[in-house]
Design a protein around this ligand. Structure first.
Ligand code: PEP
Ligand code: MN
Length: 366
């Protein structure tokens, strides 16, 4: 059982209004000029965005690309705050960044994907934040390692940071896929299951890497019941100095947000509760049956192991397994089951059978 985190609910952070849902953080990938920052912020404020993002220090793959305006940009964020009333946040990757943010009254910080993958930096950041109560969002590490992500959260929480949340922005992959970063939703779902109270944002901009994917990823995030979105928005995306392909003008972000279907976390009506209880009861019975059937299968498998032992036959019969799996995939398809599901279930069953038969063999050898 993972250590629980001590959290202050996001509704008490003083940043987001309850309505409208989802919580949205929007703003340019990078703060480039005072004019660009102000124009974008005003465009976002005009339709009710409450929290503005802008990267000040940018982690870039190649040296020589725009690496952020640096501390000077914090003054522009201060101006955004003063003139529009928006709360402001930026990415931090070192103790120095934190001290600068605190000095300039930044309302929230986030830790980027390259930084959350590094426990040394995470500890440095946690130590620098100790004694403050600034909210912190932690992006997933670039590699799909849930424990590394949790470790980063634990370091911050141990340093007393309780206004804590996460941003899922997908994972780097060696092979190039449609999205810039692989969603690996199962990892996000596992984190959500372990820490249901942890405020959860998705970052469709860095996950998709292109404007054309923003709507579908945002909708998927809502369907999964995530609380919020961090979306990159720029007053003139085509001229952006970083991530130009994935940024939206504020008006287009408004259209996207208005298109989202927001699901309730749970249904309150009596009828809903009755129906869901009924369906869950059916699932429970089916699960019980599945376990009973699995046990029956394992018993036969052990008998086969015994029989193989007596006849001095090897446990693993690859051709038999190949044909069994092919048959299962074919039958599964008839029922409309996804091949991935059939293959992973059958493989898990097969692994357990081989293990059980191995045990029989080793027992008799002793
Ligand atoms: C960003 O938010 O601009 C950024 C650099 O994101 P990530 O850490 O997800 O790459
Ligand atoms: Mn970016």
């Amino acid at each position: 059982m993972a250590k629980q985190l001590e959290l202050i609910p996001i509704s008490e952070w003083g940043l987001f209004t309850e309505d409208p849902k989802p919580y949205v953080i929007a703003g340019p990938c990078s703060a480039e000029t005072e004019e660009q920052v102000m124009e974008t912020a005003k465009g976002l404020r005009a339709f009710g965005i409450n929290v503005f993002r802008a990267g000040i220090w940018k982690p870039r793959t190649h040296p020589g690309n725009f690496e952020g305006i640096g501390t000077e940009g914090l003054k522009w964020l201060q101006k955004v705050k003063k003139e529009t009333g928006l709360k402001v946040c930026t990415e931090v990757a070192s103790a120095k960044h934190i001290f600068d943010c605190l000095k300039y009254g930044i309302d929230m910080v986030w830790v980027g994907a390259r930084t959350s993958a590094n426990p040394f930096l995470m500890q440095e950041i946690a130590d620098a934040l100790s004694g403050t109560d600034i909210p912190v969002l932690v992006k997933n590490p670039v590699n799909p390692d849930l424990d590394l992500w949790i470790g980063a959260l634990e370091r911050l929480n141990n340093a007393g940071i309780k206004k804590l949340g996460v941003i899922h922005r997908g994972f780097s992959t060696a092979e190039k896929k449609e999205y810039r970063n692989d969603p690996g939703w199962q990892i996000a779902i596992e984190l959500r299951t372990r820490y249901p109270e942890l405020p959860f944002f998705a970052d469709p901009s860095h996950m998709g890497g292109s404007r054309k994917f923003l709507q579908e990823i945002s909708q998927k995030s809502m369907d999964l019941g995530l609380e919020g979105l961090m979306v990159e928005s720029h007053c003139n995306p085509d001229c952006a100095l970083s991530d130009s392909k994935q940024q939206l003008v504020p008006a287009d972000l408004q259209v996207l947000l208005e298109s989202l279907r927001i699901r309730e976390k749970s249904g309150d009506s009596e009828d809903y509760k009755k129906q869901i209880d009924h369906l869950r009861a059916q699932i429970d019975i089916i699960d019980e049956n599945l376990l009973y059937m699995l046990n029956s299968r394992m018993q036969i498998s052990r008998k086969i192991g015994q029989f193989k032992k007596e006849n001095n036959v090897a446990i693993l019969q690859a051709t038999r397994w190949d044909s069994l799996l092919a048959k299962a995939v074919e039958s599964g398809a008839k029922y409309g089951l996804p091949e991935k599901l059939v293959v992973s279930v059958m493989n898990a069953i097969h692994d357990a059978s081989v293990e059980a038969q191995n045990e029989i063999l080793s027992k008799e050898d002793n």
